[in-house]
Design a protein. Sequence first.
Length: 219
Amino acid sequence: MLLDPAARFLFIGDSITDYGRGRSKPSWESGQYLGDGYVSLIHDALASAYPYNAIRILNMGVGGDTVRELAARWDADLLRHRPSWLSVMIGINDVWQHFDSFRTEPPVSLDEFRRSLEHIVSQVLQGLDGLVMMTPYYLEANRSDPMRALMDRFGEVVRDVALQHEAVFIDTQAAFDEIIPNLGPYELASDKVHVNNTGHMIIARAVLKGLGVDWPDSS
């Protein structure tokens, strides 16, 4: 496994990461800040697989965030906690803006997304032992679907930035693509985005595999 025994692992992103996490005085020592989604599942998996380790996990996801909002709270919600490992999952709302007729500001372009992602990642790299970067996703098998096609382009930006900074790259979209031929999108999320517990387990499994944690092969 890539994590050291005393890692402090912070997860940051939008509502998929947030998923009900606590808000008041976030602490490495309190489980109430994990939420009920994939971050909590990763915590429980690591605690059960490596009970002798002292890995701490903190969830700083905020529902509705685009990369703009993430950049605005980067210092307050990330740098002050001084994690040794960081996971970033952002982009779903950036894509969604392009299809929201009620938006009040221009949507985040691919170029802005890339610049912002590179900027926020570069601010924290020197203090990290490891970085995980996760793609946004849309549970749609038809890759020509406009939202799926744009989501893939934003995912490619995440891949590029991850490779540039030698991060652990988690292709969340690919993890779902492997599952949805047998378990349809609406069995995982009524809106093809906000997944249920099964969907969060799929995300957690992808991250754990990327970190080198043993996990049964679905085949």
